[in-house]
Design a protein around this ligand. Structure first.
Ligand code: ASP
Ligand code: MG
Length: 242
């Protein structure tokens, strides 16, 4: 089977967390599966980068912000490929451009238009785990774009669609989708399965577990998205048809 697995920032917060995700991916590969990992910037990197940029220019150009912020995910991707290498697993990191992710030119909130998955396919066929930097693509001018805050989820769903992946899994710091924020409400209930439209309603009410556009894309392309904990096995929520 072909797996697309996305790891969010908190799930990659330090070296040990990166190694843990790498071990799970290498294990999956050993079982005979093909694996594409999509990674976010580590921890609060993006927030810190934005703060730093604002110190330099309160209204810096969106093009330069994209050139800058996209590097957070590129660092995670290279580190993840190194962690896989340390396990004896062949792996390659790719930026959004290298991964063939083409977007419109709306800097800071670009939309994925097409994906040319040829490079990813080639790397998978040669036995590598492919690690793609989330949250980014390339516009018609050849400039780096970003997909809006939380956009790595959308990278994962778009890649799952383009590659006709068997599974699209989003690993995060909670073990699924809850009816309320489980970090604030201990009696929040977890969904085993939730429909796209109900999920969209939760996101519109402020749930941050998935990027809005990733849910509409999953719905439009009929992709089932599994939301899973990066820190424990089992559980999770499937976002799919009602
Ligand atoms: N690093 C970006 C953000 O913090 C994208 C993402 O995490 O999905 O918004
Ligand atoms: Mg997120």
């Amino acid at each position: 089977m072909l797996y697309v697995r996305k790891y969010g920032g908190t799930s990659l917060g330090d070296g040990e967390k990166i190694r843990a995700a790498a071990r799970r991916a290498a294990e999956l590969h050993r079982q005979g599966h093909r694996v594409v990992l999509v990674v976010s910037a580590q921890g609060h990197t993006t927030d810190e980068m934005i703060r730093k940029a604002r110190e330099i220019n309160r209204r810096g150009s969106l093009r330069e912000m994209d050139a800058y912020l996209s590097t957070g995910e590129q660092i995670s991707a290279a580190l993840m490929a190194m962690a896989l290498g340390a396990l004896g697993q062949q792996a390659v990191s790719l930026t959004g451009i290298q991964a063939g992710i083409h977007t419109d030119g709306i800097h800071g909130n670009a939309e994925i238009l097409t994906i040319d998955p040829a490079r990813i396919r080639r790397e998978l066929e040669s036995g590598r785990i492919v690690v793609v930097a989330g949250f980014q693509g390339v516009d018609p001018e050849g400039d780096v774009t970003t997909l809006g805050r939380g956009g790595s989820d959308t990278t994962a769903v778009a890649l799952a669609a383009a590659l006709a992946a068997d599974r699209c899994q989003i690993f995060t710091d909670v073990d699924g989708v809850y009816d309320r924020d489980p970090r604030l409400y201990p009696d929040a209930r977890r969904f085993d399965r939730i429909g796209y439209d109900r999920m969209l309603a939760l996101v519109e009410n402020g749930a941050q577990v998935l990027h809005h556009r990733s849910v509409t894309l999953a719905r439009d392309r009929g992709i089932e998205v599994e939301v899973l904990s990066a820190f424990s096995e089992g559980g999770g929520t499937i976002v799919g048809r009602e």
